[in-house]
Design a protein around this ligand. Structure first.
Ligand SMILES: [Cu+2]
Length: 314
């Protein structure tokens, strides 16, 4: 029979399980596949995109390790194509949860975010190269359940940057697969989105105050090309491979990001003066065709920029 100690140990164990269950939450996420027109540069050039909810990239999903994501994908009957959702943070069935959804249908599935990190999500419907290149991608951040620690300090500002390849001939999926016809690099859906130095039409930049820790969640949503992720006039203070603090590198000039890989990096600017960084894909064919982002570190930085969940600057 149970002695007193066993009973109290069991009560403690049940209590702990109960606490964890109370902490983990269910996060409801709904996205609608939209075959629509977007602006692909700062001048307003139109592009026939396929998107989640009408924008490139789709919204950032953010949960905590252990949470359940309750996801619904709506494919309106006005669309021509089947679409799907492939969350890299999910361990499920490619033929089940990730299966294509026909126009007029809705898909519903749940998964537990068991592993901390930053992950790509994308449409995996055929031809996948085309569905990604036309804009169906985004980021899901799974914050570690331990929260911030000495080795994973709380950042002052946070931004999401997602790089993609721009193929103006949106219908030519054969060229996409051959990696032919790409005319630019998109950062959060636009070439030179945050670079007024190379594009006078650009009006946005990333901002921080001198000495602040800026955390970038970066996703390589190119369909073919790796990215040489580098902060010009700076050094990555920390690189959390796949966004997991258990995989930390320090003092890196350039970090190579594979196609579909996501990474979290920290940069800390000098505290004693205003500076600027150019966050680039150091691959010149990508940088000089759009993959340059200016980070201004200045005392009068917008107090709201990169704060309060406002991760994608639009
Ligand atoms: Cu799609």
């Amino acid at each position: 029979m149970f002695n007193k100690l066993t009973v109290s140990t069991m009560a403690l164990a049940i209590g702990l399980v109960g606490m964890q269950a109370a902490q983990a939450k269910t996060v409801h996420v709904t996205m609608t596949a939209k075959e629509t027109t977007v602006e692909i540069d700062n001048k307003g050039t139109k592009y026939k995109a396929w998107t989640f909810d009408g924008a490139i990239p789709g919204k950032t999903v953010r949960v905590t390790e252990g949470d359940i994501i309750d996801f619904k994908l709506i494919n309106p009957k006005t669309n021509k194509e089947s679409h799907s959702m492939d969350f890299h943070a999910a361990e499920v069935d490619v033929l089940g949860e990730f299966a294509p959804v026909k126009p007029g249908e809705t898909k519903h599935f749940k998964f537990k975010a068991k592993r901390a990190g930053v992950w790509m999500y994308h449409c995996g419907a055929s031809v996948m190269a085309q569905h990604i290149a036309r804009g169906m991608y985004g980021a899901i951040i799974v914050d570690p359940k331990e929260g911030y620690t000495k080795d994973f300090p709380k950042p002052d500002r946070e931004y999401v940057l997602i790089q993609g390849q721009y193929f103006p001939d949106a219908d030519n999926y054969k060229a996409m697969i051959r990696n032919e016809g790409s005319e630019g690099s998109l950062i959060n859906g636009k070439m030179f989105h945050y670079d007024p130095v190379h594009d006078p039409s650009a009006s946005l930049v990333l901002q921080s105050k001198p000495g602040e820790r800026v955390r970038l969640y970066f996703v390589n949503a190119n369909i073919n090309n790796p990215v040489a992720f580098h902060p010009i006039a700076g050094i990555w203070d920390r690189v959390y491979i796949n966004g997991n603090p258990k995989n930390t590198l320090v003092d890196m000039a350039t970090y190579g990001v594979a196609v579909s890989e996501a990474v979290t990096v920290d940069i800390v600017s000098p505290a004693d003066k205003p500076t600027n960084n150019a966050i680039v894909d150091h691959t010149m064919s990508a940088a000089l065709r759009g993959a340059i982002t200016v980070l201004m570190n200045k005392p009068d930085a917008d107090p709201k920029a990169g704060k309060d969940g406002n991760l994608i600057v639009r």
